[in-house]
Design a binder for this molecule. Structure first.
Ligand SMILES: [Zn+2]
Length: 155
């Protein structure tokens, strides 16, 4: 059975409160639940991100990238992702939690370390109540074992 470190637990606790708050904002404008991402940086700060769903599909931005951009702007380019939560709505209890897309795995790798942990947090929203039936945890090295690291050399 997987366990969470105290830092990871703090981030998951933050995520559960934030998912409710942000979904209430979305529902107030007639929208539906979406994917959110939350980052704990190496300085101990937390940064939030939401999937930005545009009415032009290629303009969508993943929640993980949004949270990484917030981390960089609020701290610095030297900030590192210690842990990231990906909170995704599910219609009912699904067997697996949503993991970051391939591009976001690369960006988590680039802005983290091999030991950066990725926690999928499944949530179900029903009648204005959000429950969190399941989570799973991996290191980014497990999710992205052969990173894209282009070598540049002089001619
Ligand atoms: Zn993504």
């Amino acid at each position: 059975m997987q366990t969470l470190t105290p830092d990871e637990q703090k981030l998951v606790d933050h995520a559960k409160k934030a998912v409710v708050k942000y979904n209430q904002m979305r529902h107030a404008k007639g929208s539906i639940d979406t994917l959110y991402s939350f980052i704990l940086s190496d300085s101990g700060q937390i940064h939030d991100g939401a999937c930005l769903e545009a009415n032009i599909s290629h303009a969508n931005v993943c929640g993980e990238r949004h949270a990484i951009a917030n981390m960089v702007m609020q701290e610095s380019y030297a900030a590192k992702v210690k842990c990231v939560v990906v909170a995704d709505p599910a219609p009912e209890g699904l067997e697996r939690c949503t993991m970051p897309c391939g591009t976001c795995r690369h960006l988590i790798w680039e802005h983290g370390s091999p030991d950066t942990t990725v926690i999928g947090l499944q949530y179900i929203g029903k009648d204005g109540v959000w429950t969190f039936p399941k989570w799973e945890k991996h290191t980014i090295k497990e999710l992205y074992p052969y990173p894209y690291e282009p070598v540049v050399w002089d001619k």
